[in-house]
Design a protein around this ligand. Structure first.
Ligand code: BGC
Length: 818
């Protein structure tokens, strides 16, 4: 790590001396959280309030400023796909810059959980299925943030790798898998000096203790703070803490959000009656004070951060991380002359999905759509956009200004049914948060003007107790009371709504009356969710697909953008299928049948099945690309930037080959019986053929590799590899070295990533890259000794372009103490 060992000289011991100046109640107040995103200030010590914000695709801000916007970067898997530690550091620096701009001290990122199953709801927020790649990208990002004097809060500690029953499930993980896979990125960050970590919602059964992670004394106190030497703050995930004393003795330092919650009075009482030693509380307070020092909360004004052009970074990162899954032999689309006409097809071409759902959401000032990006790059081109079928279940939000000129009448009722307040709203984003104190229920009424002939579809997306009538029809009744759970399972973000089809022959108004019980979502406040939705009469999917195919045939360049959307990939739930929603596969196949040169772009965070992959000449994986989506796509299609991404996970070809197809708890437990064989390691063991292996990415040139002699040192293995660019374009090559233990007696993976290094090389030129395989990559966690050991023997180095595209093999004998 470069300079992140605290720009302040303050240490934990130094902070311990300050703790004595605070009375008990004040100490409890400090570790309880003051608001959703802030801690209390301590003017008596000269400390301002420390503030927190999500992470990890941008810095959302504190919600204290109306209309706050943030730079939206590509999804973390897309950053990892660059295998570029400098870029990850730049992204970290961007977080620091944005944090300062939004008055934030601690960014709740990066997320270094492991992509254990491709259906994992937060897969897109994580970096990789490989622990070493995750750790290296994660550490570089932490360095970038903390070098700017802003804290990273690495999350979610630990084994928080799926979303089903996310707040209660227990991950049962063997000690070896825990150490070698799931803890590894956290351990690397602690060694590098990360200032805070977030304790996960889930519990862990590691064979020593089975507890929620907010209370897991073994993993939090013995391992994290004791053995690994973490001197930072372990903050709870939001609303995760249940038990005051158990969390306090279990190693948690800070409960968020506040005020109130399980600590506050609960912790005060636990200290007073001796269930929690005051010295334990003092340790937490000292850690929070150290964090405050580190982020400059004791200084007059926060340290300045170098200002960079973050729009440019967002664009560059999105283009660079794009993975070329398939490229034509006969020259790539970027080698063509400027197209005079472009057919831009697919639902995600029309409405790109630029970020995944849940707490990582930020609100960018702008999003460059594909059509805007291509039009800016090729201003002369005629561009036609065709959706080619609607894969979404839910209709778009009703346009209030155009359809409801009279506005919405909102009537607030108290528990006796009496009116507390009545408002007329002319704008409504589907959320109601300004709720009168005594109100327990709200009735929303409106008249929707429908003029277009045909079938309109109306619905109200909501959660909790409600009753919705549309055009005199009882559309939906909900009888289940919800609370904070609807925030934590994200159902409140993409709420269901039963649609009513209304046939319009002559223009008329349609009455919508919808009644909702106010939801008390704990620290997230009191709210009502009522998203009015409306879909216009439309062509059938069949017709839309036929029109898209016709447009493709008529254009010089056809680009089909398929992908997932807010109904598929989100925090709060795991997916139930790897298939693309709707008829998108059919759209692609039908376009390719007519236009084999069509470029297929996949706009998704986590793996989806691409049954047409072998039919396509050019396929790009563009992730959730962030706010510069359209520009990045144009940069790639025009050949201005090499899409140099390499998959940080395995792309399955068939459902039945997926090693961990789901993570549905059985009696509350998810058994990590795959051990250390996570992701591609399981594919190597089974021998099944994926659609694209881990590490795959063609870029746009051809490479030859030539390895030098491997050197074994105290620190591991070093290997110089010469890469020659044999193509006609400059490119960036990522040399990947996979290890195999030939004399394995320890059930090691068939192959695992030992190290990687990259170089950018001009056509016809060569460059030498130095791959460092750290000693830790060779070691195993010895369960009997409770220590890392280096099994001696011959290690085979597989050097290549992916785990399945191995160019060279060499054998290296390693002694037990090299
Ligand atoms: C998520 C965290 C997030 C927190 C605050 C939680 O539900 O799990 O990742 O940082 O909310 O938004």
């Amino acid at each position: 790590m470069t300079t992140t060992s605290a720009p302040t000289s303050m240490t934990l011991d130094g902070c311990r001396t300050l703790v004595g100046r605070l009375p008990l109640a004040r100490k409890v107040e400090l570790v309880t959280g003051a608001t959703m995103w802030r801690l209390i200030a301590l003017p008596e010590l000269g400390m301002r309030s420390v503030s927190f914000s999500d992470g990890p695709v941008g810095v959302r801000g504190l919600g204290e400023v109306e209309g706050e916007t943030s730079v939206l970067l590509p999804t973390p898997s897309g950053i990892a796909a660059t295998w570029d530690l400098d870029l990850a550091r730049e992204v970290g620096a961007a977080f620091a810059q944005e944090a300062r701009a939004h008055g934030v001290d601690v960014v709740l990122a990066p997320q270094v959980n492991i992509q254990r199953t491709p259906v994992g709801g937060r897969h897109f927020e994580c970096f990789s299925e490989d622990p070493a790649l995750t750790a290296q990208i994660g550490v570089a990002l932490v360095e970038g943030v903390q070098d700017g004097g802003v804290a990273a809060c690495m999350k979610h500690y630990v084994a928080n790798d799926s979303e089903t029953e996310r707040t209660s499930m227990v991950s049962r993980v063997g000690e070896r898998a825990l150490r070698e896979v799931y803890l590894a990125p956290f351990a690397a960050a602690v060694e590098a000096g990360v200032w805070s970590l977030m304790a996960a919602y889930n519990g862990v059964d590691d064979g020593v203790e089975r507890s929620p992670m907010t209370e897991h004394r073994h993993l939090n106190v013995d391992v994290l703070k004791g053995e690994l030497g973490f001197d930072g703050v372990l903050v709870s995930d939001w609303e995760a803490t249940r038990n005051a004393a158990a969390a306090a003795t279990g190693g948690l330092d800070l409960v968020m959000p506040g005020p109130g919650g399980p600590w506050a009075e609960g912790l005060l009482a636990a200290v007073r009656d001796g269930r929690v030693a005051e010295s334990e509380l003092d340790d937490k307070v000292a850690r929070v004070l150290l964090l405050a020092h580190r982020v400059g909360a004791f200084e007059g004004s926060p340290r300045a951060v170098e200002a960079r052009d973050l729009n440019a970074l967002a664009r560059r990162a999105a283009a660079r991380g794009t993975v070329v899954l398939r490229a034509p032999d006969t020259g790539a689309p970027w080698d063509r002359t400027a197209p005079a006409s472009i057919a831009l097809l697919g639902a995600n071409a029309e409405r790109p999905h630029v970020l995944g759902g849940g707490s990582s959401t930020v609100h960018p000032e702008h999003v460059v759509t594909p059509v805007e990006g291509l039009a800016a790059r090729w201003p002369q081109a005629a561009i036609v956009v065709e959706r080619g079928g609607d894969p979404r279940v839910f209709a778009p939000r009703l346009k209030l200004a155009a359809r409801v000129p009279g506005g919405l009448t909102v009537t607030w009722l108290d528990s006796a049914g009496a009116t507390v307040r009545e408002d007329v709203l002319t704008a409504h984003d589907g959320w109601v948060r300004d709720i009168p104190e005594r109100a327990v229920e709200v009735v929303i009424d409106c008249d929707v003007t429908l003029t277009e002939e045909g079938i309109h579809r109306l619905s109200v997306g909501t959660v909790g107790i409600h009753r919705t009538e549309i055009d005199g029809v009882l559309a939906s009744v909900g009888e289940r009371r919800v609370g904070v759970d609807c925030v934590l399972d994200s159902s409140v973000n993409t709420p269901h709504g039963v649609a009513v089809d209304v046939e319009i022959a002559h223009p008329r108004t349609v009455r919508v009356t919808t009644r909702h019980q106010v939801i008390d979502a704990a620290g997230y406040g009191r709210l009502v969710r009522a998203e009015l939705r409306h879909a216009l009469p439309r062509r059938s999917d069949e017709q839309e697909i036929a029109d898209a195919v016709a447009a493709a045939k008529a254009a010089d360049l056809a680009v089909v953008v398929v992908g997932t959307n807010e109904e598929c990939e989100s925090e709060g739930w795991d997916r139930t299928t790897l298939a693309l929603p709707g008829r998108q596969d059919e759209l692609v196949s039908r376009v390719l049948a007519e236009v084999p040169d069509a470029v297929i772009v996949v706009n998704a965070g986590a793996p989806v099945l691409l049954p047409w992959l072998d039919e396509a000449r050019t396929v790009l994986w563009a992730w959730f690309p962030g706010q510069e989506a359209g520009h990045a796509l144009a940069d790639v299609l025009a050949g201005d930037v090499e899409p140099a991404g390499r998959l940080p996970w395995t792309l399955p070809a068939r459902d039945e080959d997926v090693p961990v197809p789901h993570a549905i708890p059985v009696e509350g437990v998810v058994d990590y019986d795959d051990g250390v064989d996570v992701g591609y390691r399981a594919w190597e063991r089974s021998g099944s053929r994926p659609a694209a292996p881990f590490g795959h990415g063609l870029g746009w040139t051809r490479w030859e590799h030539r390895s030098g002699e491997a050197r074994v040192t105290q620190r591991g293995i070093e290997l110089d590899v010469t890469v020659r660019n044999g193509g006609a374009r400059a490119g960036r090559e990522v040399v990947q070295v996979y290890l195999e233990a030939l004399d394995d007696e320890h059930d090691r993976p068939v192959r695992w990533l030992g190290g990687f290094a990259a170089a950018t090389v001009a056509p016809g030129e060569e460059a030498s890259v130095a791959v460092r395989i750290p000693r830790r990559s060779l070691e195993i966690w010895d369960v009997r000794q409770g220590a890392w050991v280096l099994p001696e023997g011959v290690y085979r180095l597989h050097t290549g372009r992916s785990v399945r595209d191995i160019r060279e093999v060499s054998d290296v004998p390693v002694g037990s103490a090299p």
